[in-house]
Design a protein around this ligand. Structure first.
Ligand code: PLP
Length: 435
């Protein structure tokens, strides 16, 4: 009998098949998943942590990629929306911070892990966001997790958008016993859950948790309506503004610009520097009254080393650029690139989902086709992240083109053309492999 090529095994299955582990030893427990990962990487089929950059992050990167030779790539896989990762002013700010503060905070912020850079960035962000205060965390994940871990207690009720980021979902899972999920961006469903929760507990805390821009769908919630609902049902709103803050809106305030008279007394904003602020780190911003609770009861703040001087200085310089005329120009350029990308992918016969944002999701569909295309695109010199189940529904794999203000229109057009050729070639190859 003819042996099936092992690439077929790598084209099937998902990481979730390996979630349940059995056995007493590490070898027994993790060998099946490890073998599956090995097979996918061997065939260059886009699996975890298989790209090693050998250059700056920019619209072009050099990289070593498992299953491929070392090459130069046109890059749509980095979240440097405003192209600040190798900006000269930003890099100079990092150097100055090293001269003044060294490279390490060497302590939790509740001990000696804060410095003048920390203070300055906190007040810059609070001022821009229109909140009374802001607290910095060493990662955005830690900020989002830490906000919920500190502010939500076991007696509270939580209603969370079903597609919320892992940092929010994980915190909710560990904070309350029976969290409620509302259908993604479905305000009516949210209202019906709010009504039930309030009837059940007239005096207790209710938290509504969501994101401002969802990175798999590129869609946004109706914030004015949700604020109205949380006001009616006396609920507290936590919004993760990681993706749009800095990159969207006329003033760089993203979704917050959709709210006219911003009353944020029962709102907590959390986010990350890893998208538009060219740095690691994150923040939780809100009323003064929440600050001590966060400082003392956020495990990812209290028990973690303070954000480093370099990260802080980089985010500070980026904030200064983002909220200046230069920032306006970059956002305008970014928006033009996004619109151009949507036009070009559509012209090549693809469906792009959601609304225009720095993440342009291009629908492919079957996972096996998307995996082959990912391999093929990489060998054609394009990097774009493929997302498959469970990050998106089964059979609805996508490529997420992450746009930068520094991309040139021709690069975007080239990427769309190469995707179209790749779909044709990979479709043919898939048929032959399965025959
Ligand atoms: C919506 C959202 N929240 C939080 C995070 C975590 O941010 P960071 O990369 O700074 O840890 C991310 C990053 O992937 C994100 O997409």
């Amino acid at each position: 009998m003819k042996k099936k090529p092992d690439i077929l095994k790598a084209l099937g299955g998902t990481a979730l098949d390996y979630l349940k582990v059995n056995g007493k030893t590490l070898q027994e427990r993790f060998n099946p998943f490890s073998e599956y990962g090995y097979l996918r990487n061997k065939h260059g089929l886009n699996f975890s942590a298989n790209r090693v950059l050998t250059s700056y992050v920019s619209t072009h990167v050099d990289a070593e990629i498992a299953g491929h030779g070392k090459e130069s790539y046109l890059n749509f896989s980095s979240q440097d929306y405003l192209g600040l990762a190798q900006n000269k002013e930003v890099m100079d700010a990092a150097r100055e911070a090293i001269s003044a503060y060294g490279v390490h905070t060497a302590s939790s912020p509740i001990l000696t892990g804060r410095n003048k850079l920390t203070e300055k960035l906190e007040s810059t962000l609070a001022e821009k966001l229109g909140t009374e205060q802001c607290l910095l965390y060493p990662t955005g994940w830690g900020a989002c997790f830490g906000a919920i871990a500190a502010l939500v207690t076991k007696n509270d009720q939580v209603i969370i958008d079903s597609l919320s980021h892992n940092s929010l979902q994980t915190a909710v899972k560990y904070s309350v016993q029976c969290p409620q999920k509302f259908r993604h961006n479905d305000v009516d469903h949210l209202e019906s859950l709010l009504k039930k929760c309030r009837l059940k507990n007239r005096e207790g805390g209710i938290f509504v948790i969501l994101e401002s821009l969802y990175s798999m769908n590129s869609d946004m919630p109706d914030l004015p309506e949700i604020l109205e609902l949380t006001h009616i049902y006396e609920a507290i709103l936590i919004i993760d503004i990681a993706h749009d803050f800095g990159a969207m809106g006329d003033r760089g305030l993203g979704i917050l610009e959709t709210v006219k008279d911003r009353k944020l007394e029962n709102v907590i904003l959390c986010g990350s520097f890893s998208k538009s602020f060219a740095s690691n780190g994150g923040f939780v911003a809100g009323p003064d009254i929440t600050r001590l609770q966060l400082v003392v009861f956020s495990p990812s703040y209290t028990f973690s080393n303070g954000i480093s001087p370099v990260q802080c200085a980089v985010a500070q310089k980026c904030a200064e650029i983002i909220f200046s005329e230069d920032g306006d120009v970059r956002r305008k350029k970014l928006k033009e690139n996004i619109d151009h990308a949507i036009r070009e992918f559509t012209a090549e016969g693809f469906i792009t989902t959601g609304r225009p944002s720095p993440i342009v999701p291009v629908l492919i569909g079957p996972e096996d086709l998307a995996r082959l295309m990912s391999k093929e695109m990489t060998s054609k010199g394009i990097l774009a992240n493929m997302a498959e189940f469970p990050a998106v529904p089964k059979g609805k794999a996508i490529f997420r083109y992450q746009m930068m203000s520094t991309h040139r229109k021709e690069q975007i057009t080239e990427a769309a053309k190469i995707l179209a050729i790749t779909r044709k070639d990979s479709g043919g190859l898939l048929k032959r492999l399965k025959a």
